[in-house]
Design a protein around this ligand. Structure first.
Ligand code: ATP
Ligand code: MG
Length: 575
């Protein structure tokens, strides 16, 4: 491709509304443009990268035995009512009516549609195992679309669905996808980790996320420094053997009210009353689709809403607003406590050994000290309800853990018979018995993978594309467009490389060398070939690797073969 023909609107300035580096660079390198919140157009360069990732995904999905289909984006509400998700999916599901007043949604995921297909088409044990996938745009009306393609509202996803006769087959299908995902992200040149994950709205029994490690990641990942335990913070278990009990040996004291005017936060309360956060209990009031619930955690811990949801078995959970807190506790936020509370109370395990606790008094500007369970209040259930902290221990081996940030690029789920039961997707087994199909589902965010790759591969000058997903493999910069020798050397190399299958961008603009260098760095093409008057006189070209800055003068003769070899090496190895 010739630069003068390419629609590549680069930007010098950092766009004001782009917070993370991948978003800034994708805008600056002319890869994407925003239409409206969370909705983007892919420009030629961006689309080339997306297609590269898609190609790797397709190759690995086919290798794992999956077959490509394409399902509609518009889905009828009836299917979602059958699965029970029309009511629970929440506001991310964009719903609308057609001219006949029938309800539809834009597909945020396709379990319903694919299960409907399978219940109609798959009848016998002979039809399975089966794995169908598609690469298609999803729509989720995200509450906070941000970071460009990382969290869009309309975004491209690869979603695959497996169908098996039994649990054993489903485990095999899951493992095949787990392996395929590892190969896909490795081939994209990414550093990532597979972690145990919560199953969220998709449901099912078991799941892993593939996380690209990056400081800007929205997810926290807990991993063991010794064994191979790794989990998303939402899912990460607290090791119950390491709950401190020794600090709570004092004999129970009588409960007392203390005046704490305008003292609300953990920091304020502990300072005002000269106690440590370990003596304090935080009472958080949540609303669910059925009843409100109070969740107790120790002052130095945070509630993990995903765990609360699982323990209560509810799909929706929201922190109660000021008004509800006032109604339920009789006090403004910051003064809630368990004593005298008439709603259900559940508590984190770390609260169980606590004695002489400090907590809100359900009265404005009042806290209670010397609060003891049994005499002053009761808890209906103790469970692991909090976020892991770095002072916790590995739930598997008890060794030290670390917490890092990651970007979720892929997510695989074992669904079991959740959807096949809801939608009656059955088959006849060898003995003629009707049985439920056992399912799994597997997603990859295509645009998010590109954004994650840029988060991991950039410097102050721009993107550093890993070779396998680079929009072009080589950029040729003739420095003097008015020098016929320079131009003809550039044209010759360009044609030689293209005819041997390389993907080449020829910067044929009549621009200063500085401009060409800057744009080449910004766009991040892995191999740069500079052709200048001076070195050309000595029959030489300059070849530079974007990733390392390694520069080499090479004879013009045979340069094409050398560059082709470099491409091959860079596709195989991570830089
Ligand atoms: P998140 O927790 O980040 O919202 P999710 O758990 O809702 O993700 P899944 O339903 O598992 O996501 O979707 C599969 C994949 O689709 C994710 O792993 C991610 O790569 C991608 N994805 C999900 N939501 C978005 C989005 N809003 N924008 C871009 N990619 C997304
Ligand atoms: Mg989501």
């Amino acid at each position: 491709m010739r630069y003068t023909k390419l629609f590549l609107p680069t930007l010098r300035e950092v766009p004001a509304d782009a917070e993370v580096i991948s978003h800034q660079l994708m805008l600056r390198a002319g890869m994407i443009r925003k239409l409206t919140s969370g909705i983007y157009t892919y420009l030629p360069l961006g689309l080339r990268v997306i297609k590269k990732v898609e190609k790797i995904i397709r190759e690995e999905m086919e290798r794992a035995g999956a077959q490509e289909v394409l399902m509609p984006m518009v889905q009828p509400s009836e299917l979602w009512e059958e699965s029970g998700r029309w009511d629970v999916y929440g506001k991310e599901l964009l719903r609308f009516k057609d001219r006949h007043g029938r309800d539809y949604c834009l597909g945020p995921t396709h379990e319903e549609v694919i299960t409907d297909l399978i219940r109609k088409e798959v009848r016998s044990y002979r039809d399975m195992p089966l794995n169908l996938y598609q690469i298609q745009n999803k729509f989720r009306d995200e509450i906070r679309p941000r970071f460009g393609l990382m969290r869009g509202r309309e975004f491209s996803m690869k979603d695959a669905y497996s169908f098996d006769l039994d649990e054993e087959g489903a485990v095999k299908s899951y493992q095949a996808m787990f392996d395929a995902y590892n190969r896909i992200f490795e081939r994209c040149g990414l550093y990532f980790k597979a972690v145990e994950a919560d199953t969220g709205n998709i449901g099912g029994s078991f799941s892993h996320e593939l996380m690209v490690l990056a400081d800007t990641g929205e997810d926290a990942i807990v991993s063991c420094t010794e064994c191979d335990y790794a989990a998303n913070m939402e899912k990460a278990e607290v090791n119950p053997d390491y709950i401190e009990k020794e600090e709570y040996e004092a004999p129970p004291a009588p409960m007392e009210k203390v005046s704490t005017p305008d003292v609300r936060t953990v920091e304020e309360v502990t300072q005002f009353l000269s106690v440590t956060p370990k003596q304090l209990v935080k009472t958080m009031i949540f609303e669910t689709s059925s009843e409100p619930v109070a969740v107790l955690v120790r002052g130095n811990h945070e509630v993990n809403p995903a765990k609360v949801k699982n323990v209560l078995g509810v799909a929706n959970l929201e922190l109660a607003g000021e008004e509800t807190v006032l109604k339920l506790t009789g006090a403004p936020a910051g003064f809630a406590g368990a004593v005298g509370l008439s709603i259900k109370i559940i508590a984190d395990r770390a609260v169980e050994p606590m004695k002489n606790m400090v907590m809100g008094g359900n009265e404005k500007d009042v806290h209670l000290i010397g609060v003891n369970r049994g005499t002053d209040f009761e808890v209906s259930e103790f469970a692991d309800l909090r976020l892991v902290t770095s002072s916790d221990r590995c739930p598997r081996c008890g060794k030290v853990i670390e917490i890092k940030r990651g970007i979720e690029v892929g997510h695989i789920f074992k669904l079991g018979d959740k959807y096949s039961k809801a939608l009656s997707a059955t088959y006849l087994d060898q003995n003629g018995n009707e049985r439920y199909v056992i399912m799994g589902c597997y997603g990859i965010g295509v645009g998010r993978t590109v954004a994650a790759a840029i988060e991991q591969n950039h410097d102050k000058n721009g993107i550093i594309f890993p070779m396998p997903i680079a929009p072009y493999q080589v950029v040729i910069l003739p420095l003097q467009m008015r020098d016929s020798d320079v131009v003809s050397a550039a044209e010759t190399l360009y044609n030689q490389l293209i005819s041997q299958g390389a993907e080449v961008l020829l910067d044929d603009r009549d621009e200063r060398a500085g401009v060409k260098f800057k744009d080449a760095d910004l766009v991040g093409i892995p191999i740069r070939v500079t052709i200048g008057k001076k070195s050309l006189k000595e029959g030489q070209l300059e070849v530079r690797l974007r990733a390392t800055g390694e520069t080499e003068l090479v004879p013009r003769e045979g340069a094409d073969r050398m560059i082709l070899d470099m491409i091959k090496d860079l596709v195989r190895s991570r830089q």
